[in-house]
Design a protein around this ligand. Structure first.
Ligand code: NDP
Length: 450
């Protein structure tokens, strides 16, 4: 391996021993940059890699709140402001019990590259809390969001840092967070958060954007590899949250048959094609478990999740879309999918496929649409929401959707061009890393040692 790369990786591992997800993300990106680093020997002198892996700022704070029974609960809040190289810090907030500094840093690091790929002026960040929204009343969610924002507000702003949603943070949470921010600041800074409700500054298509964008990217990737349409293709999608639901919606619109979806407890398989209206009702309105699908669709099969591997990946499919969480698709599952004839993987979640599984897919000539590129539609539409907030004018659904589709096509072309430039064939995983890094490296050189 290139000596400079090797040394940076070794030092990063030494400094961040306990942060496995963060180290996984850094290793994945850096190892794919070898041909670029070999060519640009000047990067070492300006410590370009050492700077790109070190967050500009990490904020960690106490979030005290009182539950419905009068008990005081203390959670931990985070905001990792990773890079402001090409725009204000931008990235979602995740509320889940598994949240820790390693997960925040991995997501923030990925976000820098993803945002660079969109071609829009946004830096990289991520935040959240180990708060678990499951089973909490609306009142408890509001209390928590208000306490969280009472600290976060001093670190964000529409030209400084613009959070959005992620796991456990949807329209309801963004509403409560925005209300508290506005109250404290006594100013209507519409662009301080994205994913807002349409009544108060949100953008059409933001809700659908990550899932739709994933399918737009998938279609471009398939077309570049002689598969011209999604018509008649079988699709399985893990998760049944924001990304999964709208990936399913667009896939169905384009003629695919989505036969399985899941949640953290298990998955539903419906050979007739998933009833998406019911999934939306269960997940967006009732906040119920996916198992309940069977109550009205007796012919569907429910498979409970037992160990690390989700049962959804044992189902035969042409296209698999992991849209739930990190490291959810293991080598063992990858082997099952390949055995069953999968042709393409589209990462809707961040880092959902383990490194061994990605390597296996690539070795078996399965196309992989990497998360940083394929799920960038959400943040791209967030940037479009920011533009609309600035000009105080709102575009129609079709106008925003068209912009999103064009952005996803451009991102795919960048991944493809970079992969070909370095003779990497259709390895779009490396292509995405190289395309994003090349842009960031130029900006870093231009801005001096900061
Ligand atoms: P949601 O909270 O809306 O949905 C998450 C889904 O994943 C739920 O179905 C949830 O099931 C499932 N899930 C969560 N944790 C696990 C787990 N440990 N094992 C199995 N299933 C799990 O989140 P989003 O749809 O917004 O986000 C999903 C992924 O997409 C995340 O990786 C996120 O970072 C990424 N992403 C999201 C974007 C967005 O715009 N929202 C943009 C880009 C990336 P359950 O209800 O049982 O917990």
């Amino acid at each position: 391996m290139n000596k400079y790369l090797e040394k940076t990786l070794k030092d990063t591992k030494k400094k961040n021993k306990a942060e496995s997800e963060y180290l996984q993300a850094v290793t994945e990106v850096l190892t794919s940059l070898e041909p670029v680093i070999d060519k640009h020997t000047e990067y070492e002198k300006i410590a370009l890699l050492e700077r790109i892996v070190e967050p500009e700022r990490i904020i960690s704070f106490r979030v005290p709140w009182v539950n419905d029974r009068g008990k005081v609960i203390v959670n931990r809040g985070f905001r990792v402001q990773f890079s402001s190289l090409i725009g204000p810090y931008k990235g979602g907030l995740r509320f889940a019990p598994s949240v820790n500094q390693s997960i925040m840093k991995f997501l923030g690091f990925e976000q820098i590259f993803k945002n660079a790929l969109t071609g829009l002026p946004i830096g990289g960040a991520k935040g959240g809390s180990d708060f678990d929204p499951k089973g909490k009343s609306d009142n408890e969610i509001m209390k928590f969001c208000q306490s969280f924002m009472t600290e976060l507000y001093r670190h964000i702003g529409q030209d400084t840092d613009v959070p959005a949603g992620d796991i456990g943070v949807g329209a309801r949470e963004i509403g409560y967070l925005f209300g508290q921010y506005k109250r404290i600041r006594n100013a209507y800074e519409g662009g301080v958060l994205t994913g807002k409700g349409l009544e108060y500054g949100g953008s059409l298509v933001r809700k659908e954007a990550t899932g739709y964008g994933l399918i737009y990217f998938m279609l471009e990737m398939l077309k570049a590899n002689k598969v011209n349409s999604l018509k008649g293709k079988t699709v399985t999608i893990s998760g049944s949250g924001n990304v999964a639901i709208y990936a399913a919606e667009k896939a169905i619109q384009l003629g695919a048959k989505v036969v399985a979806m899941s949640d953290s407890n298990g998955c539903i398989y419906d050979k007739n094609g998933i009833d998406l209206k019911l999934i939306k009702e269960l997940k967006e309105e009732k906040r119920a478990r996916i198992k309940e699908y069977k109550t009205t669709h007796a012919s569907a099969t429910y498979m409970e999740r037992k160990g690390t591997n989700s049962p959804i990946w044992t189902i035969k499919t042409d296209i698999a879309l992991p849209c739930a969480t990190q490291n959810e698709l293991t080598l063992e599952s990858a082997k099952e999918l390949v055995k069953n004839g999968v042709i393409a993987i589209g990462e809707g979640a961040n880092m959902p496929t383990t490194p061994e599984a990605v390597e296996y897919f690539l070795s078996k000539k399965v196309l992989v649409a990497p998360a940083k590129a394929a799920n960038a539609g959400g943040v791209a539409t967030s940037a479009i929401e920011m533009s609309q907030n600035s000009i105080r004018y709102y575009w129609s659904f079709d106008e925003v959707d068209k912009k999103l589709e064009n952005i996803m096509k451009n991102i795919f072309n960048e991944c493809k061009t970079s992969a070909s430039k370095y003779n990497l064939g259709n390895n779009y995983v490396a292509g995405a890393n190289i395309a994003a890094f090349s842009k960031l490296a130029k900006a870093m050189k231009a801005q001096g040692i900061v």
